[in-house]
Design a protein around this ligand. Structure first.
Ligand code: ZN
Length: 150
């Protein structure tokens, strides 16, 4: 599973010439709206045959990038499923679907060389350095080591 998702992420990175989830979404014609959502940080919905991502306007820049990458993962991997991204929850979910979206986000946000350049750092140090939650760093390290998660 990990390798397939890495391959898919790299495919879109190459096609767009960018790791930016916003650029990739635009390239794929995925609708994006940023506004007040209340509790969820973001959501992905398949509406009237359109892929739509909603982001909560109160997210920090890094949170927005992370949630966007996760929802983009759904848009690409699970086109017809809906997701509501909940802070402190979604990154820890073990369902196959959420795990795949998290893995996609980890691949997109953190290139191999970033991990290799800092291979002496611990997970919490990497988390602080890169500004993403430890759960994402853990997934990224697992995929770099080629281990399967399930
Ligand atoms: Zn999700």
């Amino acid at each position: 599973m990990n390798k397939a998702i890495k391959k898919i992420a790299n495919h879109y990175i190459e096609k767009c010439g960018s790791r930016d989830p916003f650029e990739i979404a635009e390239y794929l014609n995925i609708q994006l709206q940023i506004g007040p959502l209340g509790t969820p940080c973001g959501s992905y919905l398949f509406l009237k045959n359109h892929r739509c991502i909603f982001l909560n306007e109160d997210l920090s820049e890094n949170e927005m990038k992370l949630v966007m990458s996760h929802e983009l993962g759904h848009a690409i991997l699970h086109r017809k499923l809906n997701c509501y991204f909940i802070r402190n929850k979604t990154l820890l979910l073990n369902s196959k679907i959420e795990l795949e979206a998290n893995l996609f986000a980890a691949e997109l946000l953190i290139p191999d060389h970033t991990i290799l350049d800092h291979y002496t750092l611990t997970i919490s140090q990497l988390s602080r350095l890169l500004g993403y939650e430890e759960a994402i760093i853990k997934l990224r390290l697992a995929s770099l080591n080629g281990s399967e998660l399930t």
